[in-house]
Design a protein around this ligand. Structure first.
Ligand SMILES: NC(=O)c1ccc[n+]([C@@H]2O[C@H](COP(=O)([O-])OP(=O)(O)OC[C@H]3O[C@@H](n4cnc5c(N)ncnc54)[C@H](O)[C@@H]3O)[C@@H](O)[C@H]2O)c1
Length: 85
């Protein structure tokens, strides 16, 4: 199965929800790709701390520019307030 490196910008409610969905990706059948959370960016330190429990998430940063510059990030999940899109 092909792994795809995911970066999450905004680790709030939806960021956590997606991180949890990636962790249980073995549940669906007939899928050809495996999302792997490799990076998260959030302005709030308390939010960032949770992501330390995800072994594959090796980049945890306050600056989303750093996440976007990470070559391991192939897909970005944007989970900030809509007024910030
Ligand atoms: N909560 C839901 O049930 C739900 C459902 C569907 C869609 N959405 C959408 O998902 C998006 C996120 O919603 P949420 O409920 O997770 O919000 P949230 O407030 O829980 O999380 C947003 C996070 O973005 C972070 N953030 C803000 N600016 C940032 C920046 N410049 N760089 C990095 N991080 C930044 C905040 O610190 C916060 O932790 C919204 O657009 C919302 O409309 C939410």
């Amino acid at each position: 199965m092909k792994k795809v490196g995911i970066g999450i910008i905004g680790g709030g409610l939806m960021g956590l929800e997606m991180a949890s969905a990636f962790a249980r990706w073995c549940a669906p059948t007939n899928v050809e790709v495996m999302p792997e959370l490799v990076a998260v960016a959030d302005l709030v330190e308390d939010v960032r701390i949770w992501f330390r429990r995800v072994p594959s998430c090796t980049q945890i940063t306050a600056d989303y520019h750093e996440l976007l510059a990470n070559p391991a990030v192939e897909v970005v999940y944007l989970a900030v307030s809509q007024n910030l899109y």
